[in-house]
Design a protein around this ligand. Structure first.
Ligand SMILES: [Zn+2]
Ligand SMILES: [Zn+2]
Length: 92
């Protein structure tokens, strides 16, 4: 079974808001891409890469207003689940 990240596949969009100013955060892409495949980064840079045995795709989210950034792990889902998952991604 192929696991895909809904954010990388454009099936879901970041709905998180900046904790500082409340602006919607931009998705700057996978943190692996941001640092480059061979860049040395620590686990702290990566944030959580798995939860309860599920792979997470860690994205770098940034606020276009104040420059605040954070890392968000998005659970990868099976390709056929992407559409359904899209409806559940919105978080409170
Ligand atoms: Zn991703
Ligand atoms: Zn902000």
């Amino acid at each position: 079974m192929n696991l895909e990240c809904p954010l990388c596949n454009g099936m879901a969009q970041v709905r998180d808001r900046c904790p500082c100013c409340g602006h919607y955060l931009d998705d700057n892409g996978r943190i692996e891409d941001f640092f480059g495949p061979y860049a040395p980064y620590s686990e702290q840079d990566m944030g959580e890469t798995s939860v309860d045995g599920f792979d997470l795709c860690v994205h770098l989210l940034a606020c276009p207003e104040c420059g605040y950034d954070l890392r968000k792990g998005t659970m990868k889902v099976a390709e056929e689940e992407l559409v359904r998952f899209n409806n559940k991604l919105t978080q409170p």
